[in-house]
Design a protein around this ligand. Structure first.
Ligand code: CA
Length: 225
């Protein structure tokens, strides 16, 4: 794979680069957010690895800017910050996954593999219809009651997960594993935050409600109340 690494700490960058190259990947490296963003927009990469705290432009803003132009490329954030807020900020900016420093190299490789697998799955043709909701997975469009609704990449992935599992109760762990290939720390409310974002967009002003809370169990998408 062609990978862009944006990381300002020379030791960390050298460690990641060397390891990825040994695995047969081609790595471009930028030391600051500004140059990283320029490379990301100019060249074609299969994956971006973005540090959060960077000179010039921070990783969150770089990620947000890239997503305005490219919704497809998988983005993995590296963060030394471990609170729920920081995770939500990164994921909400359009990152697909994050890894908290310090991490083991094999953990990085596992995340990269999971992200590239998920990317390959994107290309199946699929349109979902539930009540008056129509979701085109390829065109990334969401229409409810003839109104076009804009979702972030993460919200769209969550909606697609619900649609694929219509009528099935998904636990927070199911959702975390499907969307982020991992479990969140106990007590983390990242999943609830995302489900609420999604509800506000696709359910709040419409009827019938499609996403239902199953107390103590999780969430389910279904037509009946
Ligand atoms: Ca840094």
């Amino acid at each position: 794979m062609k990978i862009l690494l944006v990381e300002d700490e020379p030791k960390v960058a050298a460690f990641i680069r060397k390891g990825l190259e040994e695995q047969g990947h081609e790595v471009d490296h930028a030391y600051d957010g500004k140059f990283g963003l320029k490379l990301a927009l100019e060249k074609d990469f299969d994956l971006l690895i973005l540090d959060v705290i960077l000179p010039q432009i921070n990783g969150i803003d770089v990620c947000r800017e890239i997503r305005k132009h490219n919704q497809e490329v998988p983005i993995l954030m590296l963060t030394a910050l471990g609170t729920t807020d920081d995770k939500v900020t990164g994921l909400d900016a359009g990152a697909d996954d994050y890894l908290v420093k310090p991490f083991q190299f094999k953990e990085l490789i596992a995340r990269i593999k999971a992200l590239s697998r998920r990317r390959q799955r994107v290309h199946e043709e699929k349109i979902y219809r539930v009540a008056d909701l129509i979701v085109d997975v390829n065109a990334k469009t969401v229409i409810r009651d003839n109104i076009s609704i804009k979702l972030t990449a993460r919200e769209f992935a969550l909606l697609e997960l619900f649609l694929r599992n219509k009528g099935r109760v998904l636990s927070r762990i199911d959702i975390a594993e499907a969307l982020w290939d991992q479990q969140f720390d106990t007590g983390s409310n990242v999943i609830d935050v995302y489900v609420n974002y999604l509800r506000n967009k696709i359910d709040k002003n419409f009827s019938p409600k499609l996403i239902h809370t199953m107390i103590g169990m999780g969430y389910v998408l279904k037509e009946e109340e």
